[in-house]
Structures are given as structure tokens and as C-alpha cells.
Ligand binder design. Structure first.
Ligand SMILES: CC(C)(COP(=O)(O)OP(=O)(O)OC[C@H]1O[C@@H](n2cnc3c(N)ncnc32)[C@H](O)[C@@H]1OP(=O)(O)O)[C@@H](O)C(=O)NCCC(=O)NCCS
Length: 279
């Protein structure tokens, strides 16, 4: 019989090894971070003492995100994925979450529909070694004093307060963040998480009527990442941003479908994901 338990530090090596059978580039630090921001919301599936699967969830008030769902190949199609997904949904509901988002591989859209998730928009995963010329320095790097305002701005766009996720990212001196202003109000920001061997660009958030700033933000951050392997998760409809990424040498890797169980969020803004597992 399968059963689900809370993920503990001892489970991290299994989680990394399993996740990387899918080339998800996960590290022990990724799971440390997930458990730090949602200690009760990261799960391991067992049969007796044997580790067989994982899933992560995170709550931001009334919004939650689900990701990193994976089950060992040898026990697929035996109900394990179903159990992990139901467990995470119940956990988030219990936390008061009304809307749960996720990014699904296209062939798993029907799997998630069986829990009530509905397809929203397509996202593209782009990756590649960035090569982008320097831009005119019109946007400024954010500093620690900007962090509260960035979090408030992100909340307006995303529709939920992501302080527990964004604050550690924005205060980490290895990471990058640039902001666009109009009349001293933030109109957009972009952040990038700098790891040993690669950089994840995101979130990028702008009001829908500030598309030019979104392009400038992306150009600015890419121009600081020359020669680095960059990943970004971006709505397929954001063609101006895609053009910038193509110009920088990034290529489409695969497509995912953003899905929601409950009302869709982040509808009226330009929104590139922070990560596939956290929204
Ligand atoms: C997705 C995944 C977690 C499903 O786990 P699982 O334990 O095999 O799923 P279940 O046995 O609970 O499946 C329940 C139902 O979902 C559907 N389903 C499961 N896997 C599916 C697949 N690969 N394609 C289409 N439908 C699928 C089926 O309807 C299945 O019922 P059935 O076996 O009676 O037909 C597993 O395939 C996996 O680990 N895949 C690799 C990682 C991955 O893609 N994660 C998802 C990222 S979005």
C-alpha cells in the first residue's frame, strides 16, 4: 500500500536523484529551499519503507502552486501520482488556498483535468547560453530597500503575496534584480536566480500596458548574463519577449500548459514564471 509523508532532510538525496531522471536540474539546495518556504507542503510517497515518489506544494494565502510531481518509473500507472496529487490538493485546501496553479506537460493535461484543473495558457521553456549586447542603462538594479515595494507590486500582478518566496531571492546577493519606474512607482521588475552552472531568469512582472518596459527589463538582465546558461519560462503569447530571448541565443526546449484548479490568476499582466514548481 502506498502512503504519503512529509519530506524530511534525509529524503533530499532521493528527491534529487528521482527528479533528475527527468533532467529537471534539481539540487539538494532546491529541496532545502522548498521545505524552508513550505515545511509541511513537500511530500514523499512510500510503499512500506521504500521511497517511490515526490511532490511539492507552496501556499501564498489564497493561491497555491503544485509541482515536482514524479513517481519511479517501475510503479507508474498504479495510482501513486493520483495519491500524491490528491494529498497536495487537500493540504493546500486545508491552508485556505482557493486557487492552485501548476505547469503541465501537454500529455498530462488530461491527468490534471481529472482533478478539476483547467488549462489556461501555454508557456515555453527556453534555454541557452546568453549573448546579448550591453543596453543603455535606463533601468536600475534593485537594492534591499526596494524589496518591500517589489513584493507589493508583484502581489498586484500575480494576485497573491509571495513574500516568503521573493524575499530570499531578492535579498540573495548572488542574484540579480532590475526595476522599471514611472513617476517613482514600480511598473515592472525582473529577477534572476544565479546558481553554480546556470541562471533562471524570473519572475518578470509588468502591468499589461507596460510592454515596452518588459522588453527593456529582459534586455537589461540578459546583457548582464553573457556566456551563462540561462533558463526562462515565458507565456507563448509574449512574442516581443520571445524575440529578445531568440536574439540572445536562447532556444525553445519544450512547452508546458499553465493550469488552475479554481480561478485563474495573473491574467492582466506580463508574467514570466519564477520557476515551474512555484509559479
Ligand atoms: C505523471 C506521473 C506522476 C503519474 O503518476 P502515476 O503514478 O503513473 O499516475 P496514476 O497511476 O495515479 O495515474 C492515474 C491516471 O492518470 C492518467 N495518466 C497517468 N500517467 C499518464 C501519462 N503518462 N499519460 C497520460 N495519462 C496518464 C491515467 O488516466 C491514469 O489512470 P490509468 O492508469 O487507470 O489509465 C508519472 O507518470 C511520472 O512520474 N511522470 C514523469 C514525471 C512527470 O512527467 N511529472 C509531471 C510533470 S507536469
Amino acid at each position: 500500500m502506498f502512503h504519503v509523508e512529509k519530506m524530511e532532510v534525509d529524503d533530499f538525496p532521493f528527491a534529487v536523484q528521482l527528479a533528475n531522471t527527468m533532467n529537471w536540474n534539481m539540487t539538494l539546495e532546491d529541496f532545502e529551499f522548498m521545505v524552508k518556504i513550505e515545511p509541511q507542503g513537500c511530500f514523499v510517497l512510500f510503499q512500506d519503507q521504500e521511497h517511490l515518489g515526490i511532490a511539492n506544494s507552496v501556499s501564498f494565502g489564497k493561491t497555491g502552486w503544485f509541482g515536482n510531481l514524479i513517481v519511479k518509473e517501475t510503479v507508474r500507472r498504479e495510482g501513486a501520482g493520483n495519491l500524491l496529487t490528491k494529498h497536495a490538493i487537500a493540504y493546500l485546501r486545508n491552508k485556505g488556498v482557493e486557487s492552485i496553479g501548476l505547469y503541465a506537460y501537454p500529455h498530462l493535461v488530461t491527468f490534471y483535468e481529472s482533478f478539476g484543473f483547467e488549462a489556461d495558457i501555454d508557456f515555453l521553456v527556453l534555454k541557452g547560453k546568453a549573448a546579448f549586447p550591453p543596453t543603455q542603462e535606463m533601468l536600475r538594479a534593485a537594492n534591499s530597500q526596494d524589496v518591500p515595494e517589489i513584493i507589493d507590486f508583484d502581489c498586484q500582478c500575480f494576485g497573491a503575496n509571495r513574500k516568503k518566496l521573493l524575499e530570499p531571492i531578492l535579498l540573495n546577493k548572488n542574484n540579480l534584480c532590475y526595476i522599471a519606474n514611472e513617476n517613482s512607482e514600480i511598473t515592472g521588475y525582473v529577477a534572476a536566480k544565479v546558481y553554480d552552472k546556470m541562471v533562471e531568469v524570473g519572475p518578470l512582472m509588468c502591468h499589461a500596458n507596460h510592454a515596452k518596459e518588459a522588453v527593456l527589463l529582459l534586455e537589461t538582465i540578459l546583457s548582464k548574463l553573457n556566456g551563462v546558461e540561462v533558463f526562462m519560462y515565458i507565456p507563448k503569447k509574449e512574442t516581443d519577449l520571445l524575440n529578445v530571448l531568440h536574439k540572445a541565443g536562447l532556444k525553445e526546449d519544450f512547452r508546458v500548459v499553465r493550469m488552475f484548479l479554481g480561478p485563474a490568476i495573473a491574467k492582466n499582466c506580463i508574467c514570466a514564471a519564477e520557476s515551474l514548481e512555484r509559479g
